[in-house]
Design a protein around this ligand. Sequence first.
Ligand code: S3P
Length: 452
Amino acid sequence: MSAVSNKQPASVGRSAALTGHARVPGDKSISHRALILASLATGTSRICGLLEGDDVLATANAMRAMGAHIEKQENGDWQVIGVGPMGLTSPAAPLDFGNAGTGVRLVMGLVAGAGIDAEFTGDASLSSRPMGRVLDPLRQMGAQADAADGGRLPVHIKAAPLMPASITPDIASAQVKSAILLAGLGIAGDICVREKIATRGHSETMLELFGANVSVTEADGFHNVTLHNPTGPSRLTAVDLNVPGDPSSAAFPMIAALSVPGSDVVLENIMLNRQRDGLMRVLRDMGATIEVMNERHASGETCADLRVKYSALHGIDVSADIAPDMIDEFPALAIAAAGAQGTTHMAGLAELRVKESDRLAAMEAGLKSNGVSVEAGADWLRVTGAPGANGITGRIAGGGMVETHHDHRIAMAFLCLGLVADHPVTVDDRAMIATSFPEFFDLMAGLGAQID
Ligand code: S3P
C-alpha cells in the first residue's frame, strides 16, 4: 500500500513575454530581525511591509511565547509591544520554528543572552541542518546548550550568565554573527564578531535603529562588528520600521523576465545592499539589462525600483568571493545560466549543501532531468546553456519532474525554468514556497506567467 502524499505539485510551460509592475513581499532577513528587536525593546514598534511568510510567522509565535505582544493591525502594519531589557520569560512549550533557519539561529542567540530556558524544534529539513555553528560560539560566551547528535535540533538552552568575548567565526554567516550579537544584548561589556568576509549587516544596522551602541571597523583584514554594553544589558527603544522588498524573492521574477523573450517588467521597492546584490552584479556581467530607478532610503536600507528586460545572456566564471553576497540566489542564477550562451562556472558554494536542502545536489538533479548540461563538485556548479536557448529555438528540453526536498527556492527556480522550456517543468511540491514568498503564484500570473 503506498503512503498518502500531502505534496502539491505545480507545472509550468513555455510563456509569452512577461510585462507589468510587481511588488515582492518584505525582506525575510529584515522581517525576522524587526520582530526580534521590537520584542525586546521598551515601547510599541510598528512594522510596515513585514513578510507574512511561514518562516517569519514562526519567529512571531516564538517571541509571543516569550512575552512580547505582536498583532497585525487593520491597516496591514504589525504592532509589537516589547518586554524591555531582560524582560523575556521562559516559554512554556518548545519553540517550533518550522523550516526557518534564520529564525531558529537568531533566537537561540537571543535566548542564550536573556537568562531564560527554551527548547527549539523544527520540521524535518530544519532538524537536519547544523546548529553547532551557532551553539559553539555561544558556548564560548558561557552559554549552556544541549543538542541532538551532530549538533542538530532539538536544542535546549538553559539559563546561564554570559561573558564579553571576541569571536572569529569559521564560516561567513550572517546568522552566526547575528546570534552572537543578539546574545551580547544581555551582557555587561563588549561582544565583538571578527568576520573574515563581511556578511549581510542587517542586524547591526537595525540594532543601531533601536538605539544599541554598535561600531563597525575594518582592521587587520577583518570586518569587526562590536556591540558595546559598558553598563549592563542593552536598552532598546521601540521604533517604526519599513521593510523593503526582498531581493532574494525578486531574483525569481528577475531571471524569468531576463529569460523570456520580449519581457519588460518593473519590480518595485527592492532592497539594494552590497551584501545582497551579488546576483544583480553577476547577471549584468552576463549581459543583463537591469535599470535602477527611484533610489531611496527606508529604515537604514536603500531600495529602488528595478526595470528588467529580456536580455541575451552569456556564461561567465562567477568567483567564490561574491558567493556570500548572493548565497540564496544560486538556484536562480543556475536557471538563468541554463538559458545563457556558453558555460557559467560558480565557485565557493560549500554552504549550499546545508541550506533548506542540499541545493547543489537538488540543482544538479533538477537541471539534468530537464535536459540541461550540468556538473557539480563539492563546492562548485557548472551549467552550460544552449546557443539559441531562451525560448528562441527551444533548446531547453524541460519535461522533468523536480524533487524540491522541502526547499522553497528550488521550487521557484524550476518553475522559472519551465517558462522557457519545450515541455512543461513540474516540481513535486509547491507548499514550501509559502515560507518566503506566499504571493509567488499571483505575482507571476500578474506578469503573464501561468503556473498550474
Ligand atoms: C540569512 C543569512 C544567510 C541566508 C539566509 C538568511 C540572514 O544564511 O542564507 O537565508 O538573515 O542572516 P548564512 O548567514 O548562514 O549564510
